[in-house]
Design a protein around this ligand. Structure first.
Ligand code: AMP
Length: 428
Protein backbone atom coordinates (compact mmCIF):
# COMPACT_ATOMS: atom_id res chain seq x y z
CA UNK A 1 0.00 0.00 0.00
CA UNK A 2 1.41 3.36 -1.00
CA UNK A 3 0.18 6.48 0.83
CA UNK A 4 -0.32 7.84 4.33
CA UNK A 5 -3.82 9.24 4.67
CA UNK A 6 -7.23 8.18 5.90
CA UNK A 7 -7.91 6.53 2.55
CA UNK A 8 -4.85 4.31 2.90
CA UNK A 9 -5.75 3.44 6.49
CA UNK A 10 -9.22 2.42 5.26
CA UNK A 11 -7.64 0.37 2.45
CA UNK A 12 -5.28 -1.41 4.89
CA UNK A 13 -8.23 -2.01 7.22
CA UNK A 14 -10.23 -3.58 4.36
CA UNK A 15 -7.31 -5.72 3.18
CA UNK A 16 -6.66 -6.91 6.73
CA UNK A 17 -10.35 -7.70 7.25
CA UNK A 18 -10.28 -9.93 4.15
CA UNK A 19 -6.78 -11.38 4.67
CA UNK A 20 -6.03 -12.00 8.32
CA UNK A 21 -2.76 -13.81 7.54
CA UNK A 22 -1.32 -11.61 4.76
CA UNK A 23 1.88 -9.61 5.07
CA UNK A 24 0.87 -6.03 4.40
CA UNK A 25 3.41 -3.21 4.05
CA UNK A 26 2.43 0.45 3.93
CA UNK A 27 4.73 3.22 2.66
CA UNK A 28 4.95 5.53 4.43
CA UNK A 29 1.70 4.80 6.31
CA UNK A 30 0.61 6.42 9.57
CA UNK A 31 0.07 5.33 13.20
CA UNK A 32 -3.29 3.81 12.15
CA UNK A 33 -1.84 1.64 9.39
CA UNK A 34 0.96 0.64 11.81
CA UNK A 35 -1.64 -1.37 13.74
CA UNK A 36 -2.59 -3.37 10.64
CA UNK A 37 0.54 -3.42 8.50
CA UNK A 38 4.27 -2.92 8.63
CA UNK A 39 5.01 0.74 7.87
CA UNK A 40 8.03 1.45 5.66
CA UNK A 41 9.50 4.95 6.06
CA UNK A 42 9.49 5.72 2.33
CA UNK A 43 7.72 8.82 0.97
CA UNK A 44 5.06 7.99 -1.61
CA UNK A 45 6.88 10.01 -4.29
CA UNK A 46 10.23 8.19 -3.93
CA UNK A 47 9.84 5.85 -6.88
CA UNK A 48 13.31 4.30 -6.64
CA UNK A 49 13.02 3.32 -3.00
CA UNK A 50 9.46 2.06 -3.45
CA UNK A 51 10.59 -0.15 -6.33
CA UNK A 52 13.48 -1.44 -4.19
CA UNK A 53 11.11 -2.15 -1.28
CA UNK A 54 8.73 -4.09 -3.56
CA UNK A 55 11.71 -6.18 -4.60
CA UNK A 56 13.12 -6.67 -1.13
CA UNK A 57 9.81 -7.74 0.42
CA UNK A 58 8.66 -9.79 -2.58
CA UNK A 59 5.43 -7.81 -2.89
CA UNK A 60 2.68 -9.64 -4.84
CA UNK A 61 0.39 -6.65 -5.35
CA UNK A 62 1.05 -2.92 -4.97
CA UNK A 63 -1.94 -0.65 -4.41
CA UNK A 64 -1.29 3.04 -5.00
CA UNK A 65 -3.61 5.26 -2.94
CA UNK A 66 -2.86 8.91 -3.85
CA UNK A 67 -2.86 10.65 -7.24
CA UNK A 68 0.62 12.20 -7.08
CA UNK A 69 2.68 8.98 -7.34
CA UNK A 70 0.31 7.74 -10.06
CA UNK A 71 0.85 10.93 -12.06
CA UNK A 72 4.61 10.53 -11.55
CA UNK A 73 4.57 7.06 -13.08
CA UNK A 74 4.90 4.75 -10.07
CA UNK A 75 2.56 2.17 -11.63
CA UNK A 76 4.53 2.21 -14.91
CA UNK A 77 7.81 1.83 -13.06
CA UNK A 78 6.66 -1.19 -11.03
CA UNK A 79 4.95 -2.83 -14.03
CA UNK A 80 8.13 -2.43 -16.06
CA UNK A 81 9.80 -4.50 -13.35
CA UNK A 82 7.18 -7.22 -13.75
CA UNK A 83 5.08 -6.40 -10.67
CA UNK A 84 1.31 -6.49 -10.30
CA UNK A 85 -0.03 -3.01 -9.59
CA UNK A 86 -3.47 -1.64 -8.89
CA UNK A 87 -3.56 1.91 -10.28
CA UNK A 88 -3.37 3.62 -13.67
CA UNK A 89 -0.30 4.47 -15.75
CA UNK A 90 0.95 8.08 -15.71
CA UNK A 91 -0.59 8.58 -19.16
CA UNK A 92 -4.02 7.41 -17.94
CA UNK A 93 -3.70 9.32 -14.63
CA UNK A 94 -3.77 12.50 -16.75
CA UNK A 95 -7.53 12.11 -16.49
CA UNK A 96 -7.07 13.64 -13.03
CA UNK A 97 -3.68 15.33 -13.27
CA UNK A 98 -4.69 17.49 -16.24
CA UNK A 99 -8.21 18.90 -16.33
CA UNK A 100 -7.49 20.11 -19.88
CA UNK A 101 -6.73 16.49 -20.89
CA UNK A 102 -9.88 15.21 -19.14
CA UNK A 103 -12.00 17.76 -20.98
CA UNK A 104 -10.56 16.68 -24.33
CA UNK A 105 -11.33 13.05 -23.53
CA UNK A 106 -14.89 13.96 -22.55
CA UNK A 107 -15.49 16.08 -25.65
CA UNK A 108 -14.07 13.32 -27.90
CA UNK A 109 -16.22 10.68 -26.16
CA UNK A 110 -19.40 12.77 -26.11
CA UNK A 111 -19.57 12.57 -22.29
CA UNK A 112 -21.86 15.21 -20.74
CA UNK A 113 -19.83 17.93 -19.02
CA UNK A 114 -19.84 21.74 -18.72
CA UNK A 115 -18.90 23.69 -21.86
CA UNK A 116 -15.32 24.86 -21.44
CA UNK A 117 -12.06 25.88 -23.01
CA UNK A 118 -8.43 25.59 -21.87
CA UNK A 119 -5.87 28.41 -22.03
CA UNK A 120 -2.20 29.08 -21.42
CA UNK A 121 -2.38 32.60 -22.83
CA UNK A 122 -3.70 35.38 -20.59
CA UNK A 123 -5.26 37.61 -23.27
CA UNK A 124 -7.25 34.76 -24.85
CA UNK A 125 -8.43 33.56 -21.42
CA UNK A 126 -9.64 37.07 -20.47
CA UNK A 127 -11.39 37.45 -23.84
CA UNK A 128 -13.19 34.13 -23.24
CA UNK A 129 -14.36 35.34 -19.81
CA UNK A 130 -15.75 38.51 -21.43
CA UNK A 131 -17.76 36.51 -23.98
CA UNK A 132 -19.40 34.14 -21.48
CA UNK A 133 -22.22 34.55 -18.96
CA UNK A 134 -21.74 34.58 -15.18
CA UNK A 135 -21.14 32.57 -13.07
CA UNK A 136 -17.98 30.92 -14.42
CA UNK A 137 -15.68 28.32 -12.94
CA UNK A 138 -11.95 28.88 -13.34
CA UNK A 139 -9.71 25.88 -12.71
CA UNK A 140 -6.00 25.29 -12.47
CA UNK A 141 -5.56 22.37 -14.86
CA UNK A 142 -2.92 20.51 -12.81
CA UNK A 143 -3.02 18.78 -9.42
CA UNK A 144 -3.89 21.31 -6.72
CA UNK A 145 -4.98 19.15 -3.78
CA UNK A 146 -8.68 19.71 -4.49
CA UNK A 147 -8.27 23.48 -4.19
CA UNK A 148 -7.72 24.40 -7.84
CA UNK A 149 -11.33 25.14 -8.82
CA UNK A 150 -12.71 28.61 -8.15
CA UNK A 151 -16.41 29.25 -8.63
CA UNK A 152 -16.62 32.91 -9.75
CA UNK A 153 -19.98 34.64 -9.38
CA UNK A 154 -18.95 37.59 -11.55
CA UNK A 155 -16.80 38.07 -14.63
CA UNK A 156 -14.62 40.47 -12.63
CA UNK A 157 -13.87 37.67 -10.17
CA UNK A 158 -13.19 35.26 -13.03
CA UNK A 159 -10.75 37.75 -14.56
CA UNK A 160 -8.96 38.15 -11.20
CA UNK A 161 -8.73 34.37 -10.82
CA UNK A 162 -7.39 33.90 -14.35
CA UNK A 163 -4.74 36.53 -13.62
CA UNK A 164 -3.84 34.88 -10.30
CA UNK A 165 -3.25 31.61 -12.13
CA UNK A 166 -1.66 32.66 -15.43
CA UNK A 167 0.07 35.90 -14.42
CA UNK A 168 0.87 35.74 -10.69
CA UNK A 169 1.35 31.93 -10.80
CA UNK A 170 -0.38 31.62 -7.42
CA UNK A 171 -1.21 28.00 -8.19
CA UNK A 172 2.34 27.21 -9.34
CA UNK A 173 2.80 24.82 -12.24
CA UNK A 174 -0.76 23.49 -11.76
CA UNK A 175 -2.15 26.86 -12.87
CA UNK A 176 -0.05 27.38 -16.02
CA UNK A 177 -2.96 25.99 -17.98
CA UNK A 178 -6.44 27.10 -16.91
CA UNK A 179 -9.77 25.58 -17.78
CA UNK A 180 -12.68 28.02 -17.84
CA UNK A 181 -16.08 26.41 -17.76
CA UNK A 182 -19.78 27.05 -17.38
CA UNK A 183 -21.28 26.74 -13.92
CA UNK A 184 -23.38 23.60 -13.40
CA UNK A 185 -26.40 23.69 -11.07
CA UNK A 186 -27.42 20.66 -9.05
CA UNK A 187 -26.28 18.19 -6.43
CA UNK A 188 -22.90 16.43 -6.57
CA UNK A 189 -22.28 12.72 -6.11
CA UNK A 190 -19.16 10.57 -6.44
CA UNK A 191 -19.47 7.41 -8.50
CA UNK A 192 -16.44 5.15 -8.21
CA UNK A 193 -15.79 2.10 -10.35
CA UNK A 194 -13.12 -0.58 -10.31
CA UNK A 195 -12.06 -1.19 -13.90
CA UNK A 196 -9.48 -2.94 -16.02
CA UNK A 197 -10.21 -0.48 -18.85
CA UNK A 198 -13.16 -2.44 -20.29
CA UNK A 199 -15.26 -4.06 -17.57
CA UNK A 200 -16.32 -2.17 -14.51
CA UNK A 201 -17.76 -2.81 -11.08
CA UNK A 202 -19.41 0.06 -9.22
CA UNK A 203 -18.63 0.77 -5.58
CA UNK A 204 -21.35 2.22 -3.33
CA UNK A 205 -22.05 5.85 -4.27
CA UNK A 206 -20.84 8.59 -1.91
CA UNK A 207 -21.36 12.30 -1.35
CA UNK A 208 -18.64 14.37 0.25
CA UNK A 209 -18.58 17.81 1.87
CA UNK A 210 -15.82 19.99 0.48
CA UNK A 211 -16.49 23.19 2.43
CA UNK A 212 -14.95 23.75 5.84
CA UNK A 213 -18.06 25.00 7.63
CA UNK A 214 -21.52 23.67 8.39
CA UNK A 215 -24.17 24.45 5.79
CA UNK A 216 -21.48 24.06 3.07
CA UNK A 217 -19.98 27.50 3.72
CA UNK A 218 -16.37 28.65 4.04
CA UNK A 219 -13.30 27.68 2.04
CA UNK A 220 -12.89 24.50 0.00
CA UNK A 221 -10.94 21.71 1.68
CA UNK A 222 -9.81 18.22 0.79
CA UNK A 223 -13.16 17.08 2.28
CA UNK A 224 -14.73 17.39 5.74
CA UNK A 225 -16.87 14.26 5.69
CA UNK A 226 -18.85 11.90 3.48
CA UNK A 227 -21.67 9.40 3.51
CA UNK A 228 -22.80 6.42 1.48
CA UNK A 229 -25.08 5.27 -0.09
CA UNK A 230 -26.87 8.31 -1.52
CA UNK A 231 -30.62 7.96 -2.18
CA UNK A 232 -30.34 10.34 -5.16
CA UNK A 233 -28.25 7.70 -6.96
CA UNK A 234 -31.05 5.38 -8.04
CA UNK A 235 -30.30 2.23 -10.06
CA UNK A 236 -31.71 4.01 -13.15
CA UNK A 237 -29.36 6.98 -12.67
CA UNK A 238 -26.38 4.68 -12.17
CA UNK A 239 -27.25 2.77 -15.33
CA UNK A 240 -27.25 6.07 -17.17
CA UNK A 241 -23.89 7.05 -15.63
CA UNK A 242 -22.44 3.73 -16.79
CA UNK A 243 -23.82 4.16 -20.31
CA UNK A 244 -23.21 7.89 -20.82
CA UNK A 245 -20.12 8.57 -18.70
CA UNK A 246 -18.02 5.62 -17.55
CA UNK A 247 -18.12 3.29 -20.57
CA UNK A 248 -17.59 5.99 -23.23
CA UNK A 249 -14.69 7.45 -21.21
CA UNK A 250 -13.00 4.05 -20.93
CA UNK A 251 -13.55 3.39 -24.65
CA UNK A 252 -12.05 6.75 -25.58
CA UNK A 253 -9.04 6.17 -23.30
CA UNK A 254 -8.55 2.80 -24.99
CA UNK A 255 -8.92 4.33 -28.48
CA UNK A 256 -6.35 7.03 -27.88
CA UNK A 257 -3.77 4.62 -26.51
CA UNK A 258 -4.03 5.56 -22.82
CA UNK A 259 -6.15 2.69 -21.44
CA UNK A 260 -7.29 3.29 -17.86
CA UNK A 261 -7.17 0.67 -15.13
CA UNK A 262 -7.72 1.20 -11.42
CA UNK A 263 -10.44 3.26 -9.76
CA UNK A 264 -12.25 5.58 -12.14
CA UNK A 265 -13.89 8.21 -9.96
CA UNK A 266 -16.49 10.43 -11.59
CA UNK A 267 -17.49 13.57 -9.68
CA UNK A 268 -20.95 14.24 -11.12
CA UNK A 269 -23.41 17.11 -10.94
CA UNK A 270 -27.00 15.87 -11.08
CA UNK A 271 -29.38 18.61 -12.22
CA UNK A 272 -33.03 19.07 -11.24
CA UNK A 273 -34.14 16.85 -14.14
CA UNK A 274 -31.83 14.06 -12.95
CA UNK A 275 -29.29 14.51 -15.76
CA UNK A 276 -25.65 13.80 -14.82
CA UNK A 277 -22.69 15.93 -16.00
CA UNK A 278 -19.06 15.31 -15.15
CA UNK A 279 -17.46 17.93 -12.87
CA UNK A 280 -14.16 16.07 -12.62
CA UNK A 281 -12.49 12.70 -12.89
CA UNK A 282 -10.12 11.28 -10.32
CA UNK A 283 -7.84 8.32 -10.92
CA UNK A 284 -8.04 6.76 -7.42
CA UNK A 285 -10.35 6.34 -4.45
CA UNK A 286 -11.47 9.58 -2.84
CA UNK A 287 -10.49 10.70 0.64
CA UNK A 288 -12.76 10.76 2.70
CA UNK A 289 -15.03 8.78 0.31
CA UNK A 290 -12.92 5.63 0.79
CA UNK A 291 -13.67 5.76 4.52
CA UNK A 292 -17.40 5.27 3.84
CA UNK A 293 -17.30 3.22 0.64
CA UNK A 294 -14.86 0.50 1.74
CA UNK A 295 -16.59 -0.34 5.04
CA UNK A 296 -19.70 -1.10 2.93
CA UNK A 297 -17.82 -3.75 0.93
CA UNK A 298 -17.62 -6.70 3.32
CA UNK A 299 -15.99 -9.04 0.82
CA UNK A 300 -14.37 -9.44 -2.58
CA UNK A 301 -12.22 -6.30 -2.70
CA UNK A 302 -8.79 -7.98 -2.60
CA UNK A 303 -9.78 -10.47 -5.30
CA UNK A 304 -11.07 -7.65 -7.49
CA UNK A 305 -7.97 -5.49 -7.04
CA UNK A 306 -5.80 -8.48 -7.89
CA UNK A 307 -7.84 -9.30 -11.00
CA UNK A 308 -7.67 -5.69 -12.23
CA UNK A 309 -3.90 -5.65 -11.63
CA UNK A 310 -3.74 -8.78 -13.82
CA UNK A 311 -5.73 -7.01 -16.55
CA UNK A 312 -8.91 -9.01 -15.91
CA UNK A 313 -12.34 -7.57 -15.22
CA UNK A 314 -13.12 -6.98 -11.51
CA UNK A 315 -15.09 -9.77 -9.84
CA UNK A 316 -18.41 -8.88 -8.28
CA UNK A 317 -18.21 -7.27 -4.87
CA UNK A 318 -20.30 -7.99 -1.82
CA UNK A 319 -22.14 -4.76 -1.04
CA UNK A 320 -23.62 -4.22 2.41
CA UNK A 321 -27.15 -2.89 2.79
CA UNK A 322 -26.01 -0.72 5.71
CA UNK A 323 -25.15 3.00 5.63
CA UNK A 324 -21.87 4.73 6.49
CA UNK A 325 -21.05 8.28 7.57
CA UNK A 326 -17.58 9.65 8.20
CA UNK A 327 -16.70 12.89 10.00
CA UNK A 328 -13.29 14.47 9.45
CA UNK A 329 -11.53 15.93 12.50
CA UNK A 330 -9.28 18.73 11.29
CA UNK A 331 -6.77 21.00 13.02
CA UNK A 332 -7.47 24.63 13.83
CA UNK A 333 -6.25 26.74 10.90
CA UNK A 334 -7.07 24.11 8.25
CA UNK A 335 -7.00 24.41 5.23
CA UNK A 336 -4.61 27.40 5.04
CA UNK A 337 -2.30 27.01 8.03
CA UNK A 338 -3.22 24.00 10.19
CA UNK A 339 -1.70 23.79 13.65
CA UNK A 340 0.23 20.62 14.38
CA UNK A 341 1.53 18.95 17.53
CA UNK A 342 -1.61 18.73 19.68
CA UNK A 343 -1.77 15.52 21.75
CA UNK A 344 -4.72 13.32 20.75
CA UNK A 345 -6.78 11.33 23.25
CA UNK A 346 -8.89 8.58 21.69
CA UNK A 347 -11.66 6.98 23.75
CA UNK A 348 -10.77 3.57 25.23
CA UNK A 349 -13.77 1.93 23.57
CA UNK A 350 -15.95 2.76 20.60
CA UNK A 351 -19.61 2.04 19.92
CA UNK A 352 -20.32 -0.92 17.61
CA UNK A 353 -19.73 0.01 13.98
CA UNK A 354 -17.39 2.94 14.72
CA UNK A 355 -13.83 3.03 13.35
CA UNK A 356 -11.37 5.89 13.69
CA UNK A 357 -9.13 6.18 10.63
CA UNK A 358 -5.88 8.11 10.96
CA UNK A 359 -5.01 10.77 8.38
CA UNK A 360 -2.56 13.39 9.69
CA UNK A 361 -1.25 11.84 12.91
CA UNK A 362 2.17 10.91 14.20
CA UNK A 363 3.40 8.98 17.22
CA UNK A 364 6.54 10.45 18.76
CA UNK A 365 9.33 8.76 20.74
CA UNK A 366 7.25 9.37 23.87
CA UNK A 367 4.46 7.20 22.42
CA UNK A 368 1.99 10.09 22.40
CA UNK A 369 -0.28 10.36 19.37
CA UNK A 370 -0.20 13.89 17.95
CA UNK A 371 -1.86 15.91 15.18
CA UNK A 372 0.47 16.18 12.24
CA UNK A 373 -1.58 17.64 9.40
CA UNK A 374 -4.71 19.49 8.38
CA UNK A 375 -7.04 16.52 8.38
CA UNK A 376 -6.13 14.55 11.48
CA UNK A 377 -8.64 11.70 11.81
CA UNK A 378 -11.82 10.50 10.13
CA UNK A 379 -14.47 8.88 12.27
CA UNK A 380 -16.60 6.37 10.37
CA UNK A 381 -19.80 4.83 11.64
CA UNK A 382 -21.59 1.97 9.88
CA UNK A 383 -25.16 1.24 10.95
CA UNK A 384 -28.45 -0.20 9.72
CA UNK A 385 -29.79 3.23 8.77
CA UNK A 386 -28.32 6.50 7.54
CA UNK A 387 -29.76 8.36 10.52
CA UNK A 388 -28.14 5.99 12.98
CA UNK A 389 -24.77 6.12 11.19
CA UNK A 390 -24.93 9.91 11.16
CA UNK A 391 -25.63 10.06 14.90
CA UNK A 392 -22.91 7.54 15.76
CA UNK A 393 -20.26 9.27 13.64
CA UNK A 394 -21.07 12.66 15.19
CA UNK A 395 -21.07 11.30 18.73
CA UNK A 396 -17.79 9.44 18.20
CA UNK A 397 -16.27 12.62 16.69
CA UNK A 398 -17.25 14.52 19.87
CA UNK A 399 -15.48 11.91 22.02
CA UNK A 400 -12.04 12.32 20.43
CA UNK A 401 -10.06 15.02 22.17
CA UNK A 402 -7.28 17.30 20.94
CA UNK A 403 -6.61 21.02 21.27
CA UNK A 404 -7.97 22.93 18.25
CA UNK A 405 -10.20 20.10 16.94
CA UNK A 406 -12.50 21.34 14.14
CA UNK A 407 -15.31 19.28 12.63
CA UNK A 408 -18.72 19.56 11.02
CA UNK A 409 -21.78 18.26 12.82
CA UNK A 410 -23.94 18.27 9.69
CA UNK A 411 -22.33 15.57 7.53
CA UNK A 412 -25.05 14.10 5.33
CA UNK A 413 -27.43 17.03 5.73
CA UNK A 414 -28.76 16.70 2.18
CA UNK A 415 -29.63 13.06 2.77
CA UNK A 416 -31.26 13.94 6.09
CA UNK A 417 -33.33 16.63 4.33
CA UNK A 418 -34.33 14.16 1.59
CA UNK A 419 -35.51 11.72 4.22
CA UNK A 420 -37.44 14.39 6.14
CA UNK A 421 -39.28 15.33 2.92
CA UNK A 422 -40.53 11.83 2.23
CA UNK A 423 -43.26 10.07 4.10
CA UNK A 424 -42.17 7.12 6.25
CA UNK A 425 -43.97 4.71 3.91
CA UNK A 426 -41.86 5.88 0.95
CA UNK A 427 -38.62 5.36 2.87
CA UNK A 428 -39.18 1.63 3.38
P1 AMP B 1 -12.88 20.08 -9.15
O1 AMP B 1 -11.51 20.39 -8.61
O2 AMP B 1 -13.00 20.21 -10.63
O3 AMP B 1 -13.43 18.82 -8.62
O4 AMP B 1 -13.85 21.14 -8.50
C1 AMP B 1 -13.97 21.27 -7.09
C2 AMP B 1 -15.37 21.67 -6.74
O5 AMP B 1 -15.73 22.89 -7.39
C3 AMP B 1 -16.41 20.67 -7.21
O6 AMP B 1 -16.56 19.63 -6.30
C4 AMP B 1 -17.64 21.55 -7.33
O7 AMP B 1 -18.25 21.74 -6.07
C5 AMP B 1 -17.09 22.87 -7.80
N1 AMP B 1 -17.17 22.92 -9.27
C6 AMP B 1 -16.20 22.57 -10.14
N2 AMP B 1 -16.63 22.72 -11.42
C7 AMP B 1 -17.89 23.18 -11.35
C8 AMP B 1 -18.87 23.55 -12.34
N3 AMP B 1 -18.61 23.51 -13.64
N4 AMP B 1 -20.06 23.97 -11.90
C9 AMP B 1 -20.33 24.06 -10.56
N5 AMP B 1 -19.46 23.75 -9.60
C10 AMP B 1 -18.25 23.31 -9.98
Amino acid sequence: MVGSGGREHALCWTLRRENSEADIYCAPGNPGTAELACNLPIPSDDLDRLADAADMHGIDLTIIGPEAPLARGLADRLRAEGRLVFGPSAAAAQLEASKAFAKEVMFAAGVPTAASQSFTDLASALAYVDRHPEPLVVKASGLAGGKGAVVCTTRAEARRTVRAMLEAEQFGAAGRTVVIEAFLEGEEISVLALTNGRDLELLPVAQDHKRLLEGDRGPNTGGMGAYSPVALATPALLERVRREVLSPTLEQMQRQGTPFSGVLYAGLMIDAAGTPSVVEFNCRLGDPEAQVVLPLVPGGLTASLMRVAEGKGPSSLEISRQAAVTTVLASRGYPDAPETGAAIVLPETQADGVTVFHAGTTRGQDGVLRANGGRVLTVTAVAASFTEAQRLSREAAEMVRFEGKVFRRDIGWREAARRAERSPAQMC
